[in-house]
Every structure is written in structure tokens, then in C-alpha cells.
Design a protein around this ligand. Sequence first.
Ligand code: AMP
Length: 193
Amino acid sequence: MPLSVLLLGVQGSGKGTQAKRIAEEYGLARISTGDMLRAAISDGTPFGKEVKPILEGGELVPDELMIDLIRERLQKGDAKEGFILDGFPRTMPQAEALDAMLAEIGRPLSVVFELQTPDEVAIERLRRRAQEEGRADDTEEAIAKRIQLYHQETEPLVGHYRLMGNLVGIHGDRPENEVFAEIQDALEKARVA
Ligand code: AMP
């Protein structure tokens, strides 16, 4: 069965970097909702115009919009060969909607990773990225908001997936290659399971 992977972790945990490596190594479609939203913003679509101020403030895009976006994305051909979700779900209603969608297509999550990174480390990485890339939501205020919302809205998903029995915790405050090696170990186990 193709792999379906979810990566949870606060912004700045190295989640995006690891998601890219996993996608490449295992030939999975990387579904990054942040990238999809940023693409809509730079294309200037009506949807992009609607979500732009939300992203800039570090707030969350409403669940209904995100759920529709993911439902459409999961129907594309590449997702059928396996996928990794990076940035979705971020709230309990999103997680419940995702569980239902995946149950419908008979593709439950193979594994859910939680990249555990202390806030101070994540904040430091985001500040560095702000200097290097100048992302619109890497301002001090938006960084603080995103981290607060992660703890408030997204962290409860860790408990949800732990109960479902497919959660693997990974210490994210280590060199990228070490983190990736541990992820690979867990993925090999999920593949033979
Ligand atoms: P990211 O690149 O994953 O850090 O996402 C950047 C921004 O996009 C977030 O701060 C949110 O404003 C928005 N966003 C991305 N994914 C979601 C989601 N699943 N639910 C709500 N907002 C999202």
C-alpha cells in the first residue's frame, strides 16, 4: 500500500525540510498547504486575495476553506501513489475531516511524525529564515502568533494520533541528517507493517 505520511511540528521545527527529503526519497507527493496558499497569493487569485492578510498576520485560514483545498488536492493523480502532508491538519476539525476523507478512500495514515523542537530553537530558526528569505509572515508578531496557535490548536492533534496508534515522536533539535535517519527507520517499519 502506498505510504501516507503526516508531519506535525511547530513552524521552525525543520518540518518543511524533512517533508521535502521524505517526498524525494520515497517518491511521495508533498502536500504543503503553506506552499499552496503562497502560490495562490502570488498568482493573485480571488482565493489568494482572501487569505493574504490571514497569512501575513500568522493567523489560521478558516477550516472549511482548508478542508476543501485538501479534498481537491488529494484527488490529483500523484497523491494516489502516496503522499506526505506538511501543514495540514492544523486544527481538530481539520484532523477529523482528514480522517473521514482517508477512511473513504481506504488510505489511513501510515505514520504520523511529531517533530519535537523547543520554542526557543524554532523561534531562532524562524528569525534566521526571516533574514535569509524575507517571508512575509516571518515578522516577530506573526512568529509569536503562529507559535501560540500551534500550541493551542495543533498540539492537541498529537494526542489524537497517539490514540489512533500511529504517532512517532522525533527530537527535532538535532542535525538534519540525524533527524532524517530516524524518520527513515520509522518509515521502513511502516512499509513492512
Ligand atoms: P506554513 O508554510 O505551513 O507555515 O503555513 C503558512 C501559513 O499558511 C500559516 O501560518 C497559516 O496562516 C496558513 N496555513 C497553512 N496551512 C494551514 C492550515 N492547515 N490551516 C489554516 N491555515 C493554514
